[in-house]
Design a protein around this ligand. Sequence first.
Ligand SMILES: CC(C)(COP(=O)(O)OP(=O)(O)OC[C@H]1O[C@@H](n2cnc3c(N)ncnc32)[C@H](O)[C@@H]1OP(=O)(O)O)[C@@H](O)C(=O)NCCC(=O)NCCS
Length: 160
Amino acid sequence: MLKIVIAEESDLPDTARLFARVLREIPYYNALAKEGEAKKYTATTLARKLSEDPYSILVARNGDRKIVGFCISHFDDYTIWVDWYGVDTTRRRNGVGTALLKKTIQTATKRGAHKVWCDTRTINEPSKDLLQKMGFTRLVEIKNHWYGQDFILWERFVDP
Ligand SMILES: CC(C)(COP(=O)(O)OP(=O)(O)OC[C@H]1O[C@@H](n2cnc3c(N)ncnc32)[C@H](O)[C@@H]1OP(=O)(O)O)[C@@H](O)C(=O)NCCC(=O)NCCS
């Protein structure tokens, strides 16, 4: 059975390994983006995030407790910015991404935030579809932005 939980420190090495695999395989980011993002999400940097905000890393565990997905976010002046989410390639299209985002939205209230927001690459159709399904609204498309790539910004207000 799938469980979405707040990561514990012992989950971070596996989470960092899954992040690295998802990043390596993702077709929407250029080499510069992959190099930059790989440095930002290691077991060490995740531990720092977790110590600053206990809700910042959620993980999805399947029946045998294996980590099959993650959602990394941070408190940003009374909003929650979703940095990254990803699901093991072999476990996709089973509701894991949906469950991770749903739980992240639920944590926003506890963190004193009224809104969750994030970006996607303009060509990341699975992620765009998922965000739309989760009630996110498309704000703007920013061309030639991070790492010289095109992005869309999305927002979702938190239910009161
Ligand atoms: C985006 C991602 C997290 C979705 O995870 P997932 O567990 O497969 O998502 P879900 O099973 O919850 O899918 C929910 C909805 O998202 C959309 N979706 C998911 N995968 C899709 C795909 N390959 N093509 C089109 N729509 C897709 C669908 O609307 C889907 O609902 P449906 O299955 O009822 O049609 C996953 O594809 C992933 O890890 N991608 C690589 C990492 C990434 O792009 N992260 C986002 C950038 S930060």
